[in-house]
Ligand binder design. Structure first.
Ligand SMILES: *Cc1c(COP(=O)(O)O)cnc(C)c1O
Length: 384
């Protein structure tokens, strides 16, 4: 998916000039940079980017340009991508389960921050990872979990130790001479700051149980993007709640805070242009992209309803909106968006449906199932 050489004005400009037959991921670098600066200025600690949400090189370049100095990486590929594109940035290897060859690769390229959520994996790290690189201490952060609160999607079913186990791991990390820190991920698309608050309170309990003062506390990703009309993400309130809770719980001994947003940084810098292939007799709409392509996440996280329908001339359809069943292009009946989406009544075959806020977990999870998925990228000045 190479970037187009031309920078277009906005998605309508792309539609007018390219009349794209295949889906187009439209990227607005200025929106990404603005969001990155909002995090850097507002978050009370270090902002790192979770590469998995969108590893496009243009995203990494623009984040570095905007001042992002750290990355959450989960695989040798992501480690090497950031090593090449941002050689001075911190790389936190926060996939709690790794193969021995993956650990060896990370050690060989100088990774000094790791997360862990079980004794078996901690023992693997002790065997392969030195406690110091030069005079820099190597950080190991037990990852803990709580029952889900306020997230659209629960990561806790796969990763995270109970608070009791996290305390044991933290004590062992300190005893073995590594830098003891803690990390959690509250779940993705958390619109309510309460998700972070309860985790930070438990982080203090874990430190007390372990008798260890955590050096850093990584509050994960989970920062929301703008998916639903009328539900604007309120990042400032979340940042405030995180800072206030850490101060309340830890006082002057508060661990340095780190966050690792994926979606919250990249999603709103993209729009996905899809096209209406057909409208069946009953009114069901078939698009040229669906859940095996750029809309993979919608059945899990919920619909994005920030959509616009444009004619091939780039003119907005403004008819009254009614709920429609939306199918993707493949012959699999799973390839359907959840429930119904409101489309204007004057939408016709050949029109374009633009999904705003589609930049996370979309370009990177696109498949070629059934021969579809020929997504291209375009760069725009603005998204509207
Ligand atoms: C996926 C992931 C993130 C990013 O999550 P978002 O919900 O996209 O912000 C952050 N940290 C870890 C460890 C992850 O696995």
């Amino acid at each position: 998916m190479g970037q187009q050489k031309t920078v277009w004005d906005n998605p309508a400009d792309v539609i007018r000039h390219l009349a794209p037959e295949h889906p187009v991921m439209v990227f607005a670098p200025t929106v990404l940079q603005d969001r990155a600066r909002q995090f850097i200025q507002g978050f009370p600690g270090l902002v790192t980017y979770a590469v998995k949400s969108n590893p496009d090189e243009a995203v990494i370049q623009n984040l570095v340009t905007a001042g992002i100095q750290g990355f959450d990486v989960a695989s040798p590929f992501e480690i090497d991508l950031i090593g090449r594109m941002a050689p001075h940035a911190a790389r936190h290897y926060h996939n709690p389960v790794r193969g021995r060859s993956e650990i060896a690769h990370a050690v060989s390229v100088g990774i000094t921050s790791w997360s862990v959520d079980s004794k078996s994996e901690l023992d693997k790290l002790f065997e392969q990872v030195p406690a110091k690189v030069g005079d820099k201490g190597v950080e190991i952060s037990p990852r803990f979990k709580l029952p889900v609160l306020g997230a659209a999607y629960d990561f806790g079913s796969k990763f995270g130790a109970s608070p009791e186990l996290a305390a044991e791991l933290l004590a062992e990390v300190a005893r073995r001479g590594y830098v003891p820190s803690l990390t959690f991920h509250p779940g993705t698309q958390c619109t309510d700051p309460i998700a972070w608050e309860s985790y930070i309170r438990v982080a203090k309990d874990i430190c007390d149980m372990a008798g260890v003062a955590a050096v850093r506390l990584n509050v994960g990703g989970g920062f929301p993007s703008h998916r639903v009309i009328g539900v604007e993400p309120d990042l400032a309130s979340i940042f405030q709640e995180i800072g206030d809770t850490a101060t309340e719980m830890f006082g002057d001994n508060a661990p340095a805070l780190v966050c690792e947003p994926g979606r919250g940084l990249c999603a709103d810098a993209y729009a996905l242009i899809t096209r209406i292939k057909g409208i069946r007799d009953g009114g069901d709409v078939f698009l040229n992209d669906g859940v095996y392509g750029g809309l993979a996440e919608l059945p899990i996280v919920g619909n994005i309803d920030r959509i616009e329908v444009l004619s091939p001339e780039g003119t907005p359809r403004t008819g009254e909106t009614h709920g429609r069943v939306i199918f993707g292009p493949t012959c699999d009946s799973v390839d359907r968006l959840p429930g119904e989406l409101g489309l204007p009544d004057d939408a016709v075959e050949g029109d374009y449906v633009i999904f705003h806020g589609a930049g996370a977990y979309s370009t990177v999870t696109n498949t070629r199932f059934n021969g579809f998925g020929a997504v291209t990228n375009a760069t725009v000045m603005q998204l509207s």
